[in-house]
Design a protein around this ligand. Structure first.
Ligand code: DON
Length: 309
């Protein structure tokens, strides 16, 4: 039977943690946001949520961490649910092959970011969600509290402030896109919303649960539908091709699942129709993806045989 493996998810997680714990070299924590630099690169947690909400975890799976770019999946889902295909006129869905904060393609491509997961694309999505809701980060928080079942989830004001004071590159991206007419809201308001969104703290358990709507093809924890099956597929596809930036090919090769990373060291991944996964370890490789996180997902799909391929 597909998905039947020794020890079930709990057994697999134990084996993954044991193997990854033996791997030397854990990468470097992000230090361009001073408040993130204080993390211990050896921290490690991982959780799996099944479609019915059952959760399994190992290591520091209940410790909140800075979710950063992982939140871009949720703002994309929330905006796509509201505006539908019009969004794709303002942001593409091709891998960029460039670092997440790169400016170079934007001028060649007329202010339309390559995809919703590079910073430029995420700024466009947050801007559009802000226009539609009047409070993009509040809409995100309400959604994540509901899906995770954790009413305590919140933003970290220290991280948001730290990022705002080192946010020149994001400000440049936003102003540049505004000059092409691809940003609706005043740039300072957009940046405030974006930095707040990135500062959200959540654990692997919270994020595995909150990602399960993508494994359920768009259906939320309460049984209501956020996205059509087709739009849930679009998000999973763009996660697979663009979710780990200029390492998306390597991630697909090693892991074989839609995934999305953040510089806090978290990665979420989806096994459509089966489960969602979140892993966290703050040491990053040179592309900004968690070294132990990618290794753990690589072992997870190998041990379980669960991948989209
Ligand atoms: O925009 C930034 O620089 C961060 N707040 C988010 C970056 C991030 O997590 C990119 N991912 N790997």
């Amino acid at each position: 039977m597909v998905g039947s493996f020794l020890g079930g998810f709990q057994g697999v997680l134990g084996q993954v943690a044991e193997e990854v714990g033996r791997t030397p070299g854990r990468g470097r924590v992000a230090d361009y946001i001073p408040a993130l630099a204080a993390c211990d690169p050896r921290s490690f947690g991982m959780a799996v949520a099944e479609l019915d909400g059952s959760v399994y975890g190992v290591g520091e799976w209940e410790v909140p961490f800075s979710t950063q770019s992982v939140t871009k999946v949720f703002t994309l889902a929330l905006d796509l649910a509201r505006e539908g295909d019009e969004l794709w006129e303002h942001v593409g869905r091709e891998p960029s092959g460039n670092p997440f904060n790169s400016l170079v393609q934007l001028e060649y491509e007329g202010g339309i970011p390559r995809n919703p997961f590079v910073n430029a694309g995420a700024l466009v999505v947050t801007d559009r969600l802000q226009t539609r809701t009047g409070d993009a980060s509040g809409t995100l928080l309400e959604f994540l509290r509901a899906e995770s079942g954790n009413p305590e989830l919140d933003f970290d004001t220290e991280i948001a402030a730290s990022e705002a004071s080192h946010g020149d590159r994001n400000a440049a991206l936003a102003h540049f896109m505004a000059s092409y007419g691809n940003i609706d809201n005043p740039v300072p308001l957009l940046l405030e919303q974006y930095f707040r969104q990135c500062s959200l703290k959540a654990s692997c358990a919270d994020l595995a649960r909150a990602t399960a709507f993508l494994a359920r093809h768009g259906v939320r924890a309460d049984g209501s539908r956020l996205l059509t099956k087709s739009r849930a597929k679009q998000i999973n596809a763009v996660m697979l091709t663009c979710g780990t930036y200029d390492a998306a090919g390597e991630f697909a090769h090693r892991v074989g699942l839609p995934g999305k990373s953040g510089v806090g060291g978290g990665i979420i991944a989806v096994v459509p129709g089966r489960c969602s996964v979140c892993v966290w370890s703050p040491g990053l490789d040179e592309k900004g993806n968690s070294v132990a996180g990618v290794a753990a997902l690589d072992r997870f799909t190998t041990l379980t045989g669960l991948s989209v391929f």
